[in-house]
Structures are given as C-alpha cells and as structure tokens.
Write a protein that binds this ligand. Structure first.
Ligand code: ADP
Length: 371
C-alpha cells in the first residue's frame, strides 16, 4: 500500500508486509519517515492512496475504523478527564459492543488487574501518575479484545526508568494475550528489545524487515547500519585495491572469499567499511591489520568504556568492557575481525555481505494480517 498526502507528499511508498498472527512488530524510523501514517492507515484513520490492507481473511480497505476490530494506544493517552478510570475503560465497549454491563464490568476488572491498576478504578485520570495513565490507556485497549493492537509511541511521555519497566510489562501482556501488535517508535533500542520483527522505514521507504538480531547483525544498507545500534556503527571510506581495503585510517587485507564477494556484488571499488564499536579490540602494534589511533576522549559508562579514537584525522568509537587505564592522548593499536565487518557499496548504500537484499523474510507462510 502507499500514502500520498495532498500536495504530492509521499508519506509511505509501496509498502508490503505479511504479519503473522500473534506477532509483535515494531515500526522504527526517524521523525517523518511515515511510521504514524502507516499505523493510521492500518487503523482506518487515514485513507490509503493505493494497495490493500487485510486483517485476518478480511480486506478492510473500505471498512471504517470502528469496525476493523483493532485497538489503538497513543502517546498522549487521550483519557477522558471527567470520567473515572473504570468509565474510561468501559466507555468504548458500551458504545461499540452489545455486551451486558456485567460482562463489561468483568472485562474491565480483569484488564485492570492485568495492568496492576485495580485499586485505581474509581479515580479520575488527573489523580494518576503518567505510568498509571498509560496503564489505563492500555487497559482500555485490552478490554476490547481486538484482533490487533496498534500502538503509537505509547511510552514516549514516561521517564527512562518507567519506560523500561513498561516495555517489559507490555511484552508480558502481549505474550499472555497473543494479540498481533504493531508498535511504532523512533527508539531503536525499544524496537530491538520488544519485538519479534523490526520494520525500518526511512523517507516513507521500507529499508529492512527482520528479527532484532538480523537487523543488528546483517543490516541491509548504510541507513539501517547507522540507525540500529548504540553507539552507532563506525564507517570508514575505503577502496578495494587488490585484496586490501585502503582508506585514510586503515589498511585491511580481506580473505579471498570476501574479495570475490565484493567484486561480484559492489558496483565499484569505492566502498564503506562498517564496524560496530563493540567489535573493535586491542592488538599488537606491529600486526598487519593494526590501526594506530590516538585516544581523544575516554568516557566510562558503568562497566563499559567508550574510547573516542582518531587515526589520521578519521574519528571512530571503540567500546571496551571492564577496567582499562589509558590516558587521553595515548597511542593505541586496535583492529577487528573480518567476520564482524560490514562492507557497503558506497554508490547504492547496500551491504554487499548480506544476501537477502533489501527485505528479509518476505517469503513467509500466508498469515493472519496482510498490510
Ligand atoms: P513519522 O510518524 O515517522 O514521524 P509521519 O507518518 O507522521 O512520520 O509523516 C510522514 C510524512 O508525511 C512527513 O513528511 C509528514 O510531514 C507527512 N504528513 C503526515 N501527515 C500529513 C498530513 N495530514 N498532511 C500532509 N502531510 C502529512
């Protein structure tokens, strides 16, 4: 499907994905990448400009939002301030279902218990903390027993500690209920920790779909490599000369297999070599692949240390576990294993070491929800 707003603004470009029944999908990307638009199209709050959306076996293109059997949780919880928690949670059900009031009460109490807010049912939202309001908003979605949860940055108004806690809580609930969930966030860490699969968008274009491990270990292109992981992957401009990757900062001889692969897959010898900070390690000064670098800044972060290094004017970051006592200004020798390096075609941005191309795992079994 796609979405073009008035004025020819393409918010989502030909997007296609099969989501399995019960899957937890996160959609991640920078601001303006089309995440909310995508979610709003699934919800039926935004008309689609082309394509089709199915939930289960039902094509829902022309089905209005209230009949799609989806429940949304937003970042601003959108609770009714004048209603009690109980009323906030039951109101939608009263309007849209023909459940008896006993059945509604049962569902509300069950969801409240699940969210740990059973003692707050008679309070009004203003009397609740941010975390509790978030729980009410989630509880309100749960009572509807929808086929799909759609969540738009539901935790972004919470402080870091509570956010981490609520992440685990939402995962637990989703595990218990096994409700298919599409969760939008700009936070790559949230995406990596919460979901079965991550969908990465940039400028309305799908960049990669894969498990958190896949998108982290086998990023399809430079965008994904840069976006996923913190601190970010280091990138070095290099050229392939014979079997050596040569750049300002380094000279690295690759195996014959890697060389062959680059020759096969890259459009030219102009490449970008990517290495994550945690994959750089110390080495002997005289080893062939040693990068000699100056330690500009040493930043201890709990058990970790970030070393901000510079080699021949090129800056990069190394992540070192445990205690290391180097002084700023020291020269150190570092390297990395070939197995941990990523090689991108500079012109296209594609990772030449990854087979699956732009989108992983598009050949899954037919599934409950198609978008
Ligand atoms: P995200 O959720 O990733 O921040 P959005 O889906 O909100 O991205 O926006 C995607 C693109 O569509 C942006 O360029 C945005 O400016 C544009 N856009 C979003 N909503 C509208 C709208 N109602 N009218 C016109 N353009 C919009």
């Amino acid at each position: 499907m796609r979405k073009v707003y008035e004025g020819d603004i393409v918010a989502v470009e030909d997007f296609s994905l099969d989501i399995e029944d019960g899957e937890f999908i996160t959609v991640v990307g920078p601001s303006g990448s089309g995440k909310s638009t995508l979610l709003r199209m699934l919800a039926g709050l935004e008309e689609i400009s082309g394509g089709k959306i199915s939930i289960g076996d039902r094509m829902v293109n022309d089905v209005p939002a209230q009949d799609r059997n989806v429940a949304m949780v937003f970042q601003n919880y959108a609770l009714y301030p004048h209603m009690t928690v109980r009323k906030n949670m039951s109101y939608g059900l009263k309007l849209t279902s023909d459940l008896s009031s006993e059945e509604i009460t049962d569902r509300v109490e069950e969801a409240a218990e699940m969210m740990g807010i059973e003692d707050q049912l008679d309070k009004k939202p203003a009397g609740l903390s941010g975390g509790q309001q978030q729980r009410v908003a989630t509880g309100r979605a749960i009572v509807r027993e929808p086929e799909v949860f759609l969540m738009d940055e539901p935790l972004s108004n919470l402080d870091a500690k509570l956010r981490a806690h609520m992440r685990t809580e939402l995962q637990r609930i989703q595990d218990d209920l096994e409700t298919t969930t599409v969760y939008v966030t700009h936070d790559q860490e949230e995406a990596l920790t919460m979901s079965d699969r991550v969908v990465i968008l940039d400028g309305g274009n799908l960049q990669q779909v894969g498990t958190p491990k896949e998108v982290f270990n086998r990023p399809a292109n430079l965008f994904v490599a840069d976006f996923i992981g913190s601190p970010s992957m280091n990138f070095f401009d290099v050229e392939l000369q014979g079997s050596t990757l040569t750049g300002e900062a380094l000279s690295y001889e690759v195996s014959p297999e890697t060389r062959e692969r680059i020759n096969e897959r890259a459009s030219s010898d102009t490449l970008v070599l990517g290495v994550r900070p945690e994959h750089i390690h110390f080495t002997e000064r005289d080893s062939a692949d040693a990068i000699s670098a100056q330690l500009d800044v040493h930043e201890p972060v709990g058990d970790d240390n970030y070393f901000y290094l510079r080699s021949n004017g090129v800056e990069f970051t190394m992540r070192v576990m445990g205690d290391y006592h180097y002084d700023e200004g020291d020269e150190i020798s570092v390297t990395f294993d070939e197995a941990k390096m990523h090689i991108f075609d500079r012109a296209s941005g594609n990772n030449v070491m990854v087979d699956t191309g732009r989108v992983d795992e598009q050949t899954r079994e037919p599934t409950a929800q198609r978008t």
